[in-house]
Ligand binder design. Structure first.
Ligand SMILES: [Zn+2]
Ligand SMILES: [Zn+2]
Length: 104
């Protein structure tokens, strides 16, 4: 969830909280290793729990919401040129989420 999304959710519950406060809390979470920052789009950073199992993301082109995808793809190593070693990877799928498909 992005800082803005979190802020909007918190404002709905308790008024008067500033976006800067939300950013400070998120940065503290990253510093303490409880959160990881995930940059799915330029100019927008999302935060998620650091202890989630390996997973990937789906970004809805219509509503810009990000969804966690459980599971992974085998044999990504096949894409590597000879002599290369893969130590990590990220996969981001784009499309329309179920809500947006229904709405259109
Ligand atoms: Zn959507
Ligand atoms: Zn994976």
């Amino acid at each position: 969830m992005s800082a803005n999304e979190l802020w909007e959710r918190m404002r709905a519950n308790q008024s008067g909280i500033g976006l800067a406060t939300v950013y400070r809390a998120l940065n503290r979470g990253v510093d303490e290793g409880r959160l990881v920052a995930v940059g799915l789009e330029p100019g927008s950073v999302r935060y998620e729990a650091a202890d989630l199992a390996h997973h990937h993301h789906f970004l809805c082109s219509a509503c810009s919401r990000a969804f966690d995808l459980i599971g992974c793809v085998r044999s990504l190593e096949k894409l590597l040129p000879d002599g290369f070693e893969m130590t990590n990877h990220e996969i981001l799928l784009y499309g329309n989420c179920a809500d947006c498909r229904e709405a259109s």
